[in-house]
Design a protein around this ligand. Sequence first.
Ligand code: ADP
Ligand code: MG
Length: 344
Amino acid sequence: MTDAGLVLEGVSAAYRDARVLHRLDLEVHRGELLVVLGPSGAGKSTLLRLVAGLHPVAEGRVLIQGRDVTTLRPGRRNVSMVFQSYALFPHLTALDNITFGLEVRDVSRAAARERARAAAASVGCAHLLDRRPGQLSGGERQRVALARALVREPDLFLFDEPLSNLDPELRVETRGELKALHARLGVTSVHVTHDQTEALVLADRIAVLRDGRLEQLGTPDEIWRSPATVFVARFVGSPAMNLVPAGGPVAPEGMPEALGPERLLGFRPEAVRLDPTGSGAPATVERVDVVGEDAHAYLRLADHLIVARVPASARPAPGDPAEVAVRWADVHVFDAGTGQRVPL
Ligand code: ADP
Ligand code: MG
């Protein structure tokens, strides 16, 4: 018996005949913030709903702090979920939204309100308690939804893309607050997002989900430095990692042995050097995107387009000839057929 915060054991889920999660095994440590990262349709929301008891488990088991909750109804799991849509009752004040259902759980009305005020204060919405959702901005609604999750003092927090409806500045600010809140409370949390930056910033560990299967589980550092598959390599990082067949247009400096086209060479835009000493691969600058201090230069090498991240002050111009060099130490090698990382 494990006392992990959350364990999924061979868990599958389906909508009618369509399977969307395939025998998933996953263990979230107690107190850990695990981010489930994946594109739209990967099964992230279904995964959370299944843990919350809002979607049936087709096979396998769900354990929260060692307790098998697979067949328990949502109210008995001691889990709080925060939704992308906030899911507040429009006719109730923020205060009543936060305390809703608490009194049922043997908490007196006065005690419930006291707890609600404390929770609201901890996420900066204590001054909004008399308002209805319609009188709140998106960011304020999200704070109320957070307070509602907090007040339940759950064993497990589930966050389903809670930041994606916020505008960019507020998203970054709220992201930082969520991280601080987690550090303070230490409650096991599963946070779902399609945003790789959010995952890298927030997570103790990241689970990359693709088509209902776990593609990789690791710390942000591991996911970044040793992506297990081409999918992870391309999904994490912006602009995405370059991939070219070995033996093709780019010959990395210091490559110990010649590799054939059954291998793919991956290298991030920041690993591409445009000032080599005459031994680089000839290319033509096709397009340059300037993003503040950075420039992304898109380079044509025969059939391949690769992207280099260079200082905006040293950017080439479209149409310029260029020479491209990459160090072997910066190269990731993948199997072209399976997409799996090849250990070196
Ligand atoms: P994500 O949250 O990662 O975008 P979801 O868990 O919402 O993914 O969806 C996973 C898959 O299940 C998708 O293919 C989606 O179309 C399908 N799906 C989601 N909800 C339903 C539903 N209510 N009925 C049928 N299929 C659904
Ligand atoms: Mg979703």
